[in-house]
Design a protein around this ligand. Structure first.
Ligand SMILES: [Zn+2]
Length: 381
């Protein structure tokens, strides 16, 4: 019998705040924690306080000179263009080094718990998928996902499947494992032609030993639940079944939600729910080590809280009420930068806002066909 779901969280994680006007707001985590608590979900999880990783643990992936540069960038005036620090996306701030390390610690703690026997973990602060080996990028300083996966691979020989449905391409994770077949990365995202970081086209398939083990599904502007679900059923499911990973790692950024201010996709809670339910079943059937879920993007803060709490309930297999608890509505009314949703799930017909969708469907047909041609032969499909 495997252990309970592990949930690493402490208020110290809220120190990762680039500036008061930066879109990556600590309220995303604070409100998710608050709502999950009100829903009684955190009574069902093993709650642990994230620790700080050692220098050695950071060096498992990051360049030592880059780590030094982050450590030296300790006030808002620090700029280090070479390493992507102190620029518009990644301004420096006092305490940056410790805050960035704590994010790594939370994900590493989740991974360690799974290695030690927990069935799965949800690390809401994790998911900094743009961080490169020696460069900060897209709000991400250290790549907690890569470090956690490399930690596991050092401990035991195994296969990891990484699935990322954040609106942005999971470039940092893909780059780290581009030549490896021990980690199969799959990213479904708004096309790099219209969104940061610009990468993630269908032809990026891995190299050397890893050829066929990097998979990209770029979507057109306006893509919604049908595209999320079709790409999942037609590409992700067969790959999970053929690759048979020992561990599933998922980046669950919710900036693809139709209300998100930074991207241009149109997912709703129902599309996400379909995918999470299937991931749960498949990880239970196939993955003997378990499932490590991390957060990621999402910039409509109250929606992030609602969706990640919903995901946690699905991972725990418990039902949540239709209405969002009254106490949470009062807590989020004090926030002036986004409206509070009133229900845990979106209205079913909200997708009707996004018509016509003909070109979106045709674009997806072409992308899925090409991905199958390029990738499936490496997996006996
Ligand atoms: Zn994103």
């Amino acid at each position: 019998m495997r252990g309970k779901l592990v949930y690493p969280y402490s208020d110290e994680l809220l120190d990762y705040e680039f500036s008061k006007t930066h879109p990556l707001k600590p309220d995303r985590l604070r409100l998710t924690h608050d709502l999950s608590q009100r829903l009684g979900l955190l009574d069902l999880t093993t709650n642990i306080k994230p620790t700080l990783p050692t220098r050695e643990e950071l060096e498992i992936y990051h360049d030592p000179e880059y780590i030094d540069a982050v450590e030296e960038c300790q006030d808002a005036s620090c700029r280090n263009i070479r390493y992507g620090l102190g620029i518009a996306d990644n301004p420096s701030f006092p305490g940056l080094y410790e805050a960035a390390r704590r994010y790594v610690g939370a994900t590493l703690d989740g991974m360690r718990s799974i290695i030690d026997g927990a069935s799965n973990a949800f690390v809401i602060s994790g998911g900094l998928h743009h961080a490169q080996r020696s460069e900060a990028s897209g709000f991400c300083i250290f790549n907690d996902i890569v470090i956690a996966i490399m930690h596991l691979l050092k401990e035991k020989e195994c296969r990891v499947l990484y699935y990322d449905f954040d609106a942005h391409h999971g470039d940092g994770v893909q780059n780290a494992f581009y030549r490896s077949k021990n980690v199969l990365t799959i990213s479904v995202h708004q096309s790099g032609k219209t969104l940061f970081p610009g990468t993630g086209n269908v032809f990026e398939n891995g190299a050397g030993e890893g050829e066929g083990f990097s998979v990209n599904i770029p979507l057109s502007v306006g893509s919604g639940n049908p595209e999320l679900i079709r790409s999942f059923d037609e590409i992700v499911v067969p790959l999970i079944e053929s690759y048979r990973p020992n561990l599933l790692v998922t980046q669950l950024g919710v900036d693809g939600h139709y209300m998100d201010p930074l991207a241009h996709l149109a997912y709703t809670s129902h599309g996400y729910e379909y995918v999470i339910r299937k991931l749960k079943h498949m990880s239970e059937d196939i993955c003997d080590i378990g499932w490590l879920a991390v957060g990621g993007g999402g910039y409509h803060v109250t929606n992030v809280a609602r969706l990640w709490s919903l995901f946690l309930s699905l991972m725990l297999d418990v039902e949540v009420p239709y209405q969002i608890p009254q106490g949470f509505l009062e807590a989020c009314e004090g926030i002036d930068y986004s409206k509070c949703p009133l229900t845990m799930r979106d209205e079913q017909d909200v997708m009707q806002l996004y018509t016509p969708r003909e070109h979106v469907e045709k674009d997806l047909d072409r992308v899925l066909e090409r991905v199958k041609e390029l990738v499936f032969p490496f997996h006996g499909l």
